[in-house]
Design a protein around this ligand. Structure first.
Ligand SMILES: Nc1ncnc2c1ncn2[C@@H]1O[C@H](COP(=O)(O)OP(=O)(O)OP(=O)(O)O)[C@@H](O)[C@H]1O
Ligand SMILES: [Mg+2]
Length: 604
């Protein structure tokens, strides 16, 4: 029952991804036709064997279809026998050829549809990934998402392709059983009696496979997580000379996977031999029964008797078809669950998208009693109230971990802020569509947000308009990056490695600034990276920032004194609370917390 429920879920899921039934229907029709020709082959084979045994093929002219061909001709006995012999042989050959062509076409139909499903599924999963809130990505690891998208979907598609052979097998089995019934219904009923016994024996094994398959997925994920984790922090491994430790840990995870893989193979591998043994026993018993019947009752002809075993032997592999379906479903269950989980809305932390289009910042961005926590039980922001005015530069300062970046992440809709806690032009930020908001915001993040691609691709990323070379050069100059790019042999087309690994901290920051400048956004947000820079780089970055904030509304999270000198307003955050706010001179006059920071010359 559970299996059928699972199958139902899969069916619904396939429908959801837009699988067209027509291809399956076509494949089914082709399989049905192929089965028909298989039946023709078997039926003619019986006559063929009968003729060989009796050395007389004259009965052929009485047979259906053949009687129409031979009614008008008369042959001499010898010529007749040879012609009939050749006719039967030819019919067997032709119907076998037809059967195989039809099976091939049916396979093609399925393969085409499976390819389309794979493509559709990959697109849908990727699209889903892009729609999840940032919180979802904070809670998972990229290796797992990659596995789902590439590996699991691929495996599911392979299973889908085998669905075709399952159709064929079911139809063939039906044809075999019909012919076997015609030959001897008594014996066939006896044969069919073995299905439930075989099923019962295999069910237990299937249950075990399903359990192993789930643990296999977990183990596979752990291994792939380990690979990406370690390889992305290779310097740390070197620094702590922990190669041996990592090798050991990897070997442990890898051998766990191997053991589960072997256990899975061991169990699924048992199914075939078990089937074989049980069927062989059945056949031996049948040989005994049929020999007895043919001698005693003369009810079964020798020819039919021979063909019966031929069919039984051919049907043997098809008898397991229903179990094969179960095994296939059992094996894919773990994979399907992972893929289908992507389509469940639970824990995806979607960001509600408002219906209103954001046109421009009219007067201000207001934080209104903003409180926020990433996880239950640990409040990060506590009742924050302040205003960012249009055209002004607002600086946010405060100790590390005080919640500065969190404020920006909420403003940029990476996380969902409580209703009415962030207002733009007096309206709740949640009322605006995220897309329209984002076209007006530029962001230089504290962490490196760089693709493993060229500098050009990185700074022009996502821009829909045509960007002329002169514009890029002018931006590079503004971001104080021009001389650096000129010094590179490949200039703008230099690849910068994973997360910009081939660039220095200062260069990475300036590439990010150049990207934000090229976006020509209305509100620019700069979250200064804390990495300590030499005085020359500091100066370059300062110049780039000054240039960037010149003519627009800007929010700058500053760690350096020089950055906030020109700010129109400074907001001081400590431990998630706003503790002071004002212009530089106002804050210095107050001689409060900010004054202490100022005296210490640090803001984080
Ligand atoms: N994605 C997250 N999930 C859970 N907790 C988080 C997450 N991001 C940040 N935090 C926590 O929220 C607190 C505030 O972090 P935030 O990054 O806003 O600090 P910050 O003021 O920007 O610090 P810094 O000056 O070091 O950049 C920190 O204690 C941090 O541990
Ligand atoms: Mg920060």
């Amino acid at each position: 029952m559970k299996i059928f429920l699972q199958a139902d879920k899969i069916k619904r899921f396939l429908k959801q991804i837009g699988m067209r039934k027509s291809y399956f229907f076509m494949a089914m029709c082709l399989s049905l036709l192929a089965a028909f020709f298989e039946g023709v082959t078997a039926a003619v084979l019986i006559q063929f064997v009968k003729g060989i045994i009796s050395r007389d093929f004259s009965f052929v002219k009485e047979l259906p279809v053949f009687n129409m061909i031979f009614s008008e001709h008369s042959y001499t006995s010898n010529a007749q026998n040879t012609t009939f012999f050749l006719m039967l042989l030819g019919t067997i050959f032709i119907s076998m050829v037809f059967k195989n062509i039809l099976s091939y076409l049916s396979e093609l139909a399925i393969s085409y549809q499976a390819g389309k499903v794979a493509d559709g599924l990959r697109r849908m999963v990727f699209q889903r990934y892009l729609s999840f809130g940032k919180m979802f990505f904070d809670h998972t690891y990229i290796g797992r998402l990659n596995n789902i998208l590439m590996h699991y979907i691929g495996m599911i598609i392979i299973k889908l392709k085998t669905a075709n052979s399952i159709f064929t097998q079911v139809f063939m089995l039906a044809v075999y059983i019909i012919i076997m019934f015609v030959i001897s219904w008594k014996v066939t009923i006896f044969v069919l009696f073995f299905f439930p016994i075989l099923n019962k024996m295999l069910n237990l094994l299937i249950y075990r496979i399903r359990k192993t398959s789930e643990s296999y997925i977990t183990s596979y994920d752990m291994l792939s997580h380990n690979i990406s984790n370690i390889l992305s922090c290779i310097s740390l491994v070197r620094l702590y000379s922990n190669e041996d430790g990592e090798k050991k840990h990897f070997a442990y995870l890898s051998s766990q996977l191997r053991k589960l893989e072997f256990s899975l193979d061991k169990k699924s591998g048992l199914i075939k031999p078990l089937q074989e043994i049980i069927l062989l026993l059945a056949i031996l018993f049948l040989v005994f029964v049929m020999s007895f019947m043919s001698i005693k009752e003369k009810s079964v002809e020798i020819a039919s008797f021979m063909v019966y075993f031929f069919l039984l032997r051919r049907a043997q592999s098809n008898f397991g078809v229903f179990n094969n379906i179960k095994v296939s479903i059992a094996e894919t269950k773990g994979l399907m669950n992972e893929v289908m989980d992507v389509f469940e809305d639970k824990d995806k932390f979607f960001i509600p998208d408002g219906g209103e289009t954001f046109d421009q910042l009219e007067h201000s961005i207001e934080f209104n009693h903003l409180s926020f926590s990433y996880e239950k039980g640990r409040q990060i922001l506590k009742d924050i109230n302040f205003c960012i005015e249009k055209g002004k530069m607002t600086a946010i300062v405060g100790p590390t971990g005080s919640g500065k970046t969190t404020i920006i992440s909420l403003l940029l809709r990476f996380y969902d802020a409580p209703p009415k806690s962030i207002l733009i032009n007096g309206k709740d930020i949640r009322d605006f569509s995220v897309k329209s908001l984002m076209t007006h915001f530029g962001y230089v993040s504290q962490d490196t947000l760089l693709f493993n691609d060229t500098i050009r691709e990185n700074i022009t990323y996502g821009l829909k308009r045509i960007i002329r070379e002169e514009e890029i050069i002018s931006i590079l100059k503004k971001a104080r990056l021009y001389d650096f790019v000129l010094s590179l042999p490949k200039g703008l087309d230099t690849r910068i490695g994973d997360r910009g690994i081939k660039l220095s901290g200062g260069e990475k920051q300036r590439v990010s600034i150049a990207r934000a400048l090229l976006k020509k956004c209305e509100v620019l947000i700069l979250d200064e990276a804390t990495s300590s820079l030499d005085s020359k780089t500091k100066k370059l970055i300062q110049e780039a920032i000054d240039e960037a904030v010149k003519t627009r509304t800007s929010i700058v999270i500053a760690h350096r004194l020089s950055t906030i000198k020109h700010a129109d307003k400074i907001v001081v955050i400590e431990n998630g609370k706003l503790i002071e706010e004002g212009t530089l001179s106002e804050l210095l006059d107050k001689k409060n917390k900010f004054y202490t920071y100022w005296e210490e010359q640090k803001f984080s």
